[in-house]
Design a protein around this ligand. Sequence first.
Ligand code: GLN
Length: 532
Amino acid sequence: MKETKYIFVTGGVTSSLGKGIISASLGKLLQARGYKVTNQKLDPYINIDPGTLNPYEHGECYVTVDGHEADLDLGHYERFLNVETSRVNNITTGRIYQNVINKERRGEFLGRTVQVIPHITDEIKRNIKQLGNTGNYDFVITEIGGTVGDIESLPYIESVRQLRWELGKNCLCIHLTYVPYVSAAKELKTKPTQHSVKLLQEEGVQPDVLVLRTEHPITPEARQKVALFCNVAPEAVIESIDVPSIYEVPVRMQAEGLDKIVLEKMDMSTDPVADMKDWEAFLNKMSNATQTVTIGLVGKYVSLPDAYISIIESLKHAAAYNERKLDLRLILSDNIKPENIEDTLAGLDGVVIAPGFGNRGIEGKITAIQYARENNIPCFGICMGMQCMVIEYARNVLGFSDANTTEIDSNTRHNVVDLMEEQKDVFNLGGSMRLGSYLCELQENWLAYKIYGKKIIKERHRHRFEFNNDYKDQFEKAGLQCSGVNPETGLVEIIEVPSRKWFLGVQFHPEYSSTVLKPHPLFVDFIKTSIK
Ligand code: GLN
């Protein structure tokens, strides 16, 4: 068996430089050379996983097929590489410590003092190598969250230092920094990069490659200076200039020679070059589109679009494949009232009703759904969005004016969305969330089946509440069809109103599995109908 190569991506100067995109882009380029690649993210926070984090703080919580609530960077990895990730691809300090402490309680340290070095670092290294040890990958690209110099990231950098010794040529470090432009001096400033590399060196790690994020082209002088001060060859100083779309980054990195320098440094052949034809075809579709499609995304986290990043990216993929530019309007559901709904949704070709938890903004979502249904505007409800579609139909078509989900009103007489009996006990224990991939059987005749073109599908979930099957017959008689059902449990996964142009809600999250080269069929069809 070939040995797995490990690449680490650290960040300096500031956060939000796009380590995830650079890591995913490098992964894509190596994959396009025929290698098997996986990307991993190490998050230095103490939470066990981001499932409990406020989307305002960390953006969307992504869900892997094996039901892990993960950092949103895993979404980028899947969208770029078109390869599924799992819980091993995202590790937090919380999980590292939890494993070490559990081991200590089991007496597995045989009376020794348990310390950050070697016990925590050993556990970090074990989690990194776990992916390589599967024998499935030529490259494991591990992104270290946070910024070099943070106290929290020290054990991770120390683990990288140790692995460099253990792995030799099979290990490489890329450091991503920021080069600000000081307009008063009309100059690019490399000092923050020098300092950040110095910090990394103090922690024992010499980067092999530097990627410089910048808003202006890096001059040859600046490149020379960085190379000289940071002990890096000038050709290993890579410019990463702002581009209009994250999907342009892989081809930019290819033009800058990032994959080539990585292979050279690891003593690997640089022929043949990465075949990015399919990717470029997607980019061309995206940039050649002249007409737009205007979509409203109704949700409660609109001031931070990262909270809906997978939905937004899925809409972008679908728009590109329909040869349209996406004009996305983020609409705060809290502000929607029957009095302003007409103005709020004016000019939209289609509406997406976002997922969510809790009370805030629910009535606004329901008002938007009613307007879309009555005016035959294509409407796509996701998770809580689908539940709101069910509530709206119950109130305004079935005539149950107090219909609700018991998440919002536990006393409603019409609990059209509720916890299932068997969940109620588990709910008290706190572990009731349905997470990860589940089967769904599509009922022939209806739209969902036509879109997927097959009977059995698998989609990822993240929710507690369910469509209440006690009302299924009443809904179906009144024109709302349950067109997708879990074949094992009978839980309703898709609803639609066939008398409308496109009025469909899904209990699962299709946005987690839309990728650049394989856009999700529901999004593609939703956009296609919206532009008609
Ligand atoms: N809050 C709803 C539930 O728990 C929907 C969750 C979601 O939209 N992800 O069922």
